[in-house]
Write a protein that binds this ligand. Sequence first.
Ligand code: SAH
Ligand code: SF4
Ligand code: F3S
Length: 472
Amino acid sequence: MMCGLLECEICGIAMKVYLETLGCQMNRLDSELITGQLLGAGYEIVDAIDTADVFLINTCSVREQAENKVYSRLGREAISPRQRIIGVLGCMAQRCGAKLLRRYPCVDIICGPGQLHSLGEMIAQAAAGNKSVACDPDRKDGREAFERNSSIDSLDHDRDTKVGSSAQAYVRVMRGCDKFCTYCIVPFVRGPEISRSPEAICEEVKQLAGAGRSEITLIGQTVNSYRYTAGDMSTRLSDLLERLAVIDGVRRLRFVTSYPTDFGDDILKAMRDLPNVCRYIHCPPQSGSDRVLRAMNRKYTRAEYDNFVDRAYEIMPDVSLVGDFIVGFPGEEESDHQASAELIRRSRFKNSFIFKYSTREGTVGAKTLEDSIPFEVKRQRNNELLAVQAEVSLAHFQSFIGREVELLVEGPSPLSGKPGNVSDDPNCVQMLGRTTGDHITVFQGPESLAGQYVKARVTSTTAFTLFADLVD
Ligand code: SAH
Ligand code: SF4
Ligand code: F3S
């Protein structure tokens, strides 16, 4: 990486960088990689914005609300008396480009997700008084332009595995998306679907596991569509899981997010047969109605989604399924909405993420569909699906009462030490861990268990949290 100007010209002290992250796992991983890159180049990363010379915000464009957060953040920074270098990174930088510089003259750096390897250099340029914009090619320029002009995995490749303090680590197996759901901005901001080579992924996982990162989550927008072809050799996600599961130190393997039509039995069987692959599938249906699925350009029917759910439970009766839904999609009628509620019940999801439809400029939906559902109806349907899901979640969580579970301990729970959560034993606090199915579980235990795997027996539950006692 090119060496930048790292120090304040006047006092000679390393420049302090504050990095804020919005959006999905892709952004969280990118932020971890940037942190490693900047630390390696001599910048200091700080936890408090007040002390920072550089403010970076890694942004998300998936819904209007996500972008509004960034506008209000930049608005505040624009009137701050403190002169900082300001960088907008990620999906919104890609979507808005140089327009953001015109709207917010306080911004110095615009850096799209495939250009983050240049960030150190861009900060150095900004310190010298030059603004810079680095975006990925337009999708219309084709896949080759992406492969030539954006870094597919150079940041991942040079990863500092010691950055990131927890036992958990994300690993990118693919970039971009080729599905073009009519509501979604991701294919435009993250570019075409490109899978990384299994060799590069295995090497990265070996390094991470060697550094104590024992729970690996493979990420991709449609992670189960992973396919890498070299000559006449093709590697699917199930093949990759087999190769990664045998790496020393990999105690748990997860993958998110899946697309329903690409969920073959080969993946389900690999999950069943490989003991360290987690019993967890996040595979969003988006809607339970064929009419809406068609308008969304989701490439499956309701019956096909039901078939995926049936196969998943048949092959792994103890799997936890997780869904995403969009409520208030243009033209969604009450009967369509009820079909989504019924899908939640039938699929027995562990939990679901429910979003109100938000028009995204540049998508097919924005050009051809009128955002016809009033906000109040969206809000009501959102609440209704949440209520149905809460009932279904409670039944799912109750099935764990009395069972022994393995937990990866994250640390003290956010409620630890609060009234009702004070332990009788002075050496114990309320700790939080997760099961293989990603159930949040709390128990009384010493803080020293953070990062370790423990066995616990479930004693009670709510719709969101298991309560357990440590098993000796
Ligand atoms: N790649 C993943 C999801 C990416 S975005 C997948 O295909 O499953 C995460 C979630 O945001 C989506 O599953 C969808 O439910 C929601 N979402 C995406 N675009 C949206 C929009 N325009 N309005 C509301 N929700 C949206
Ligand atoms: Fe967006 Fe659809 Fe791609 Fe998911 S599959 S990222 S929802 S276009
Ligand atoms: Fe948001 Fe970009 Fe992820 S739009 S959801 S941060 S890929």
